[in-house]
Design a protein around this ligand. Structure first.
Ligand code: SF4
Length: 120
């Protein structure tokens, strides 16, 4: 089988072609660097994504504060992780790096703040 994909590891967006048999990668071409090779192999064997979202803040300068996963999560877990993020409301003040959810959905990845909110 063959799959063509744009590498998302950097803004260059190289067009990569992967030949594979089931979950075994046979060849990767079109990548400009090793990161593209690694990205393409992961896309075939265990696709992952990082999530950027927001959580609600009580008493904050703003109604929400941005957050992200502390690392990539399996693509298949995105929907469940978003449901957990949407349940969260935190109290101001909030600090960058503050953990909102530890080990979200058993992924081993935390949901962390990506901005401060000192409160009103
Ligand atoms: S293959 Fe390398 S240079 Fe090309 S988009 Fe991916 S990371 Fe960037």
């Amino acid at each position: 089988m063959k799959k063509v994909m744009n590498c998302i590891a950097c803004p260059l967006g190289c067009l990569i072609t992967v030949e594979y048999d089931g979950s075994e990668v046979l060849s990767v071409t079109g990548n400009t660097c090793k990161r593209g090779d690694a990205y393409a192999r992961t896309e075939i064997t265990n696709p992952v994504r990082s999530i950027h979202s927001t959580v609600k803040v009580n008493g904050g300068e703003h109604p929400v504060v941005p957050c992200k996963t502390s690392g990539p999560i399996p693509k298949g877990a995105i929907f469940d992780v978003m449901k957990e993020i949407n349940k969260v409301t935190v109290d101001a003040p909030v600090s960058i790096g503050q953990v909102f959810i530890k080990d979200v959905c058993g992924t081993g990845v935390d949901i962390v703040a990506t901005n401060n909110d000192c409160g009103k």
